[in-house]
Each structure stands twice: as structure tokens, then as C-alpha cells.
Design a protein around this ligand. Structure first.
Ligand SMILES: Nc1nc2c(ncn2[C@@H]2O[C@H](COP(=O)(O)OP(=O)(O)OP(=O)(O)O)[C@@H](O)[C@H]2O)c(=O)[nH]1
Ligand SMILES: [Mg+2]
Length: 263
């Protein structure tokens, strides 16, 4: 059997990860593939029935808060490390699913997923050759030029941490008007449009971007290749599937898109 495709859905709090995982699982199943949903968020308040493998079976945020008298943030940090101790159990439960696609929902607080060593250990343990990060752009942030640039950098940081190819997604695209959607999409096609929009948002000369920073953005923006999706309207899911397939088909030749080339 071919190794399953493993997809980590990540993005800022409330970006739409859980909703997109579910909508994409439904789409994938209706297209005739087996998709297993894995919840890695110990603080999730969603029903446990929706996930095939749920970290809350082993680590639950509310229990940690009660047990150790921790606040929500402290408990998240402890939980992130405890998840790493359960990685063998999680991996076994995931393998038992025998699915074509493993869709992994990650914790709401992206810094816990992106910056803690424990998460790297989990991703290393669960990832095979066919693994990808799905990085969600929250449209509320993405629709301003400054927010778009921040997400561009955050996405690159996540990619750099995990060294996995990344598919960038404009989530909840239904909340944007057609004009807003066109503008946001133009920023990843044409860095000049992004630069103009940054200038419009920050007209004071001393807060203009330095040439060096703009050069970095100019190089990064075209690599973003945003895929607009909406879990609410179940739109863009086929395009998303194709983007994942392109990454999986690239196999070993595919390097993280922001990695410096050797040429
Ligand atoms: N309009 C619209 N709203 C959405 C969509 N997807 C999610 N939402 C709403 O956005 C909010 C956050 O959605 P979630 O799916 O819980 O986002 P999340 O990234 O998993 O959130 P955390 O795990 O708490 O970080 C909820 O109120 C959802 O109803 C979408 O495609 N369109
Ligand atoms: Mg969630």
C-alpha cells in the first residue's frame, strides 16, 4: 500500500483549521478516498466524535489545569510537551486507521505548535515522505497589506521550522467581497501590487519598508500561491486537493519552497 498523505493544518487562532479539516475530510471521502481526522489540539472544545484519533484521549487541557492549578497558557505549554510523550500511542492509532490521507488539526495557539521542540518531535514521528503543511491565512488579517506580509513571514517561519513543503490557503474566503478576494490574490501574484498597498496603509515615510525587506517580500510573495477555500460553502476543496497532490507527486524532488536553492 502507498504511504498515506499526511497533512498538518496550521494557522493563527481561529483561522478556520478545525472547520477546514472537517470540510476537507468530507470532500475527500466523497471523492472516494479514506481520510482519517486526527485532533492534536488538547484544548479543543469540539466533539470528540468528529476525530478518528483524538489527543484528548491521552492529554486534556482542562484536566491539566485542574491537576496542576495552571492557567490556560501554562497548561498549553505543559500539554504540548506531554503530547510528545504520547507520540508512540498516537502514531499507532493513526496507522490503525489505514487511511489514504491523514488530516491533522493542530492547536489553536500556533506558537505552541510551531516553536516548541515537542511539536517537532511529533511531526517527525508522524511524517513520512508524503507530508505537507497546510498553512491557513485568516482573511481578517490577510485582507490588509500589513497583515498579509505578517502571514507571509509566519508561514515561512513554520515552513522553516518543520522543513516540510507548504500549501498556503486563504481560509474562510466567503467572508471577503469579490473585490477584496481579487486584491488579496493579486498580492501573491504581483509583489508590486502588495508594495503599493503597503504604501497606502503606511503613508508616513519613516515607517516605509526598507528596500532590503521589500526584496525579501518580493521574492517570497510569488511562492505563496494562495488557494482560496471556504469550509462554510465547501468551496475550493478540489483545488486544495490538487495542490496537495502536486506536492505528493513531487516526492523527494520537492524542497520546502522557501529553502535557499543551491544553484
Ligand atoms: N464564514 C466562515 N466562517 C468560518 C469558516 N470556517 C470557520 N469559520 C468560523 O470561524 C471560527 C473559527 O473556526 P475554527 O474552525 O474553530 O477555527 P480554528 O482555527 O480551528 O480555531 P482554534 O482551534 O480555536 O484556533 C468559527 O466561528 C467558525 O464558525 C468559513 O469557511 N467561513
Ligand atoms: Mg481548532
Amino acid at each position: 500500500m502507498e504511504e498515506p498523505g499526511t497533512i498538518y493544518f496550521t494557522g493563527t487562532a481561529g483561522a478556520g483549521k478545525t472547520s477546514l479539516v472537517r470540510a476537507f475530510a468530507e470532500w475527500t471521502r466523497s471523492a472516494g478516498y479514506d481520510a482519517a481526522v486526527v485532533n492534536l489540539d488538547p484544548g479543543s472544545e469540539a466533539s470528540e466524535d468528529a476525530a478518528d484519533v483524538d489527543i484528548r484521549e491521552w492529554v486534556r487541557l482542562a484536566d491539566l489545569q485542574d491537576e496542576y492549578g495552571l492557567g490556560p497558557n501554562g497548561a498549553q505549554v505543559v500539554a504540548a510537551d506531554m503530547i510528545a510523550l504520547k507520540v508512540f500511542e498516537v502514531k499507532q492509532a493513526v496507522q490503525e486507521q489505514k487511511a489514504d490521507y491523514i488530516l491533522i488539526d493542530t492547536p489553536g495557539q500556533i506558537e505552541l505548535f510551531a516553536f516548541r521542540e515537542a511539536s517537532k518531535a511529533i511531526v517527525d514521528a508522524l511524517s513520512g515522505d508524503r507530508s505537507v503543511i497546510a498553512f491557513l491565512y485568516d482573511p481578517v488579517l490577510a485582507r490588509t497589506a500589513a497583515g498579509f506580509v505578517s502571514l507571509l513571514m509566519l508561514g515561512a517561519t513554520v515552513e522553516f521550522r518543520f522543513r516540510l513543503p507548504t500549501v498556503n490557503i486563504l481560509a474562510k474566503s466567503d467572508v471577503l467581497s469579490p473585490e477584496q478576494l481579487r486584491e488579496v490574490m493579486s498580492w501573491s501574484d504581483d509583489p508590486g501590487m502588495l508594495y503599493d498597498a503597503i504604501g497606502r496603509d503606511t503613508p508616513t515615510p519613516d515607517v516605509q519598508l526598507s528596500t532590503e525587506l521589500f526584496r525579501a517580500i518580493e521574492n517570497m510573495a510569488p511562492l505563496v500561491d494562495l488557494v482560496p477555500t471556504s469550509a462554510k460553502e465547501a468551496s475550493g476543496l478540489e483545488d486544495l486537493y490538487r495542490s496537495f497532490q502536486r506536492v505528493f507527486a513531487g516526492g523527494e524532488d520537492l524542497e520546502p519552497s522557501h529553502a535557499p536553492s543551491n544553484e
